[in-house]
Design a protein around this ligand. Structure first.
Ligand code: SF4
Ligand code: MSK
Length: 654
């Protein structure tokens, strides 16, 4: 009998999974066991784009498919397995790009309202970034006030979504060679909305039926996400709420407190949660909590809203994606406030077993069974107060079935690309030079971005943590966002002490600079920070003249979301080799998979790979990093560094 796979490597999660079973609560872990994935849909071979179908074009039983068999392997409309797999793949990109970009649009709308003085309670916190974005976008600074400049930035940001012609403006932040390559390939994106709509049009029955042409539109829309919608979200959030700097905090379900009103913030957009952070510190609210018998108000987060308020305020992380239901199972969460994305519909059902109020806040994301308190940017303080009061009112209704796991781990987060600049180069000479130098001299072998979700099809957190440990052990500096960063945090990898897991060279750099070997850069939209960091490495010099020359790689080893596919595609199209785990959604077509895994390297200098085993995946990334080091002529330097005195003595002794 096959050995049953562990559900998680995290003890707190395992305890709550056990409690859920006792309490009769069904979680994603149970549902994943009961619901086997459809093998045809899993590899992208099912199409339901019209009512002549759904059509399934499964792979032939034998690898030796005859041309005649292949001709028969079509949907009713004649669509081939290639067309179907490519259409499905780029529809995932459209979904992911839409989610990130609509987040960016929401931020831009709030930003404009703040600039115009129409959103009380908010302010423009980062003047330096305001001026930087104004410069990048050619917006007049002169002797105008910050608010006047910000009005132009807000209007410009909103216009980027609907731009009919020309390119999105942040594209010009990329290295020149990369911009030219995108233009040659015909994938430099116009407005973000336009590229997403075009995917939906081209994938409609009977439109684009050339898989390569389809995949190129996927690239174009994904670039509109990474260098457009996501970058707008990150930059405007930084101006509004402050650019993150290193901050100490804690992670895991143990941050939930038995004697305080616990409010968990979950989702992706920090617009309202920023206000909840402020309101929960209001002495009047704390008094109100005390009058209900609580000692205070405790905020914690799940998923990327959590990352956003962690990196700016140090608010602790209750957990990542697969811990959202488990947080409720503690019985001690008084309210879970959700905005958009990655929110399980099971939450209100589970909440009924306890006393928790699930509060939806976005008109775009309502859930039957939840209380809806709509976020109104013109009245954000009032919305936040209503939410905090709802949580306080729930506190006395807690039952006795409470069990909060003890586990918490310390972490340091908030490594924006600007912070890395300062940390490495110093405040007076902020620069990526020391990073590039340490890569050239071989102390740091390369940089890997490990990001993305959890997926109950694999052991929770295990794939992330195993991969990251293998990378740092081999002197690869890891940068992170999303739920992956939380997995690493729980394993203690986001503290400077984690240098003990790193190879000698990386550990030396971490100890000198005082940084962890794994840097938490933020939320899902903050993958745009990674784009800026690799661009800064190119511009610093010595490591080639394009992102694809750098010894860097990317991974989303436990991915589940369409957003991960959009992120992966813009990272690949930006020139970075990227490995995904769990499963791969185009395996139903060899041609489509070959295009993504092989042809893209010639076209973009970066390509996709699929490897569910975390150690093997890490070594694919390391091999790619070494290939780039060799091409740069810095592989020899690395060998010199490896042979330190002890090793030389050992060699002499032989
Ligand atoms: Fe089938 Fe073609 Fe309709 Fe898809 S679009 S469901 S392949 S007939
Ligand atoms: S929250 S998209 S599960 S990283 Fe950004 Fe986590 Fe993936 Fe959602």
């Amino acid at each position: 009998m096959a050995e049953e796979k562990a559900k998680s490597i995290d003890n707190a999660s395992l305890k709550m999974i056990e409690k859920a079973a006792k309490d009769g609560v069904n979680t994603a872990f149970d549902r994943a066991e009961a619901m086997k994935p459809c093998p045809i849909g899993m590899v992208g071979s099912c199409c339901k784009n019209c009512s002549m179908g759904p059509c399934r074009v499964p792979l032939p039983k034998s690898l030796e498919e005859t041309p005649e068999d292949k001709r028969k392997r079509r949907g009713v409309c004649g669509a081939t397995a290639e067309t179907i797999a490519a259409r499905n793949f780029i529809r995932m990109i459209a979904g992911g790009a839409a989610a990130h970009s609509d987040h960016g649009r929401g931020v831009a709308e709030l930003f404009l309202a703040v600039a115009k003085g129409e959103a009380s309670g908010y302010e423009l916190k980062d003047e330096q970034k305001l001026l930087q974005v104004a410069l990048d976008w050619g917006i007049e600074i002169g002797d105008r006030s910050n608010n006047e400049i910000a009005v132009d930035i807000g209007e410009k940001a909103l216009s980027e979504f609907g731009k009919q012609e020309g390119e999105i403006d942040f594209l010009r932040r990329a290295p020149l060679k990369r911009q030219e390559l995108w233009r040659q390939q015909g994938v430099a994106p116009r407005g973000i909305d336009r590229e997403i709509v075009e995917i939906m049009h081209r994938t409609h029955m009977g439109v684009d039926q050339d898989y390569k042409n389809l995949l190129q539109q996927g690239v174009r829309a994904s670039l509109a996400d990474g260098w457009g919608g996501s970058m707008i979200a990150t930059e405007l959030q930084d101006i509004l709420f402050g650019t993150p700097a290193p901050v100490l905090s804690k992670v895991n379900l143990g941050v939930i407190k038995k004697d305080e009103v616990n409010i968990i913030i979950h989702g992706h957009e920090p617009l309202l949660s920023e206000m909840i952070v402020a309101v929960s510190q209001d002495p009047e609210m704390i008094e109100l909590a005390k009058s209900s018998g609580a000692k205070g108000i405790n905020l914690a987060g799940i998923c990327c809203t959590a990352n956003e308020i962690l990196i700016r305020h140090g608010v602790p992380l209750a957990g990542n994606f697969l811990q959202q239901e488990l947080a409720l199972v503690t019985g001690a969460v008084d309210a879970m406030v959700v905005d958009v994305q990655c929110i399980m519909q099971s939450l209100p059902d589970i909440a009924q077993c306890y006393h928790t109020k699930i509060i939806t806040t976005s008109p775009k994301a309502k859930i039957p069974g939840a209380v809806h308190v709509e976020f109104d940017e013109h009245n954000a303080v009032e919305s936040a107060r209503a939410i905090v009061k709802t949580a306080i009112e729930a506190f006395p209704k807690r039952g006795s079935n409470i069990d909060i796991p003890k586990e918490t781990t310390d972490l340091v987060a908030g490594f924006s690309h600007e912070t890395i600049n300062y940390l490495l180069g110093g405040i007076f000479r902020a620069s990526y030079r020391p990073l590039n130098d340490n890569i050239i001299n071989g102390r740091i072998r390369g940089v890997a971005g490990v990001v993305g979700c959890n997926n109950p099809r694999v052991t929770h957190d295990d794939i992330h943590v195993t991969m990251i440990k293998e990378l740092i052990k081999n002197d690869v500096l890891v940068v992170q966002t999303g739920c992956s960063a939380m997995a690493a945090a729980k394993a203690g990898l986001l503290t400077p002490e984690a240098a003990k897991y790193a190879g000698k060279g990386l550990a030396e750099v971490c100890e000198t600079v005082g940084i962890p070997p794994v840097l938490h850069m933020g939320s899902c939209v903050d993958n745009s920070r990674i784009l800026m960091a690799v661009t800064a490495m190119v511009k610093e010099g010595g490591l080639g003249d394009d992102i694809s020359d750098l010894p860097v790689a990317g991974a989303a080893p436990e991915w589940m979301s369409e957003k991960a596919i959009s992120i992966g595609q813009y990272v690949v199209a930006s020139g970075i080799y990227t490995v995904f785990g769990v499963n791969w959604p185009t395996l139903g077509s060899k041609e489509v998979t070959d295009f993504l895994f092989k042809d893209m390297e010639d076209m973009y200098g970066g390509m996709w790979a699929f490897e569910p085993d975390p150690i093997r995946a890490a070594h694919l990334m390391i091999a790619h990093i070494d290939k780039k080091r060799k091409a740069l002529g810095i592989d020899k330097a690395r060998e010199r560094v490896l042979y330190d005195m002890d090793m030389r003595r050992e060699l002499d002794a032989v």
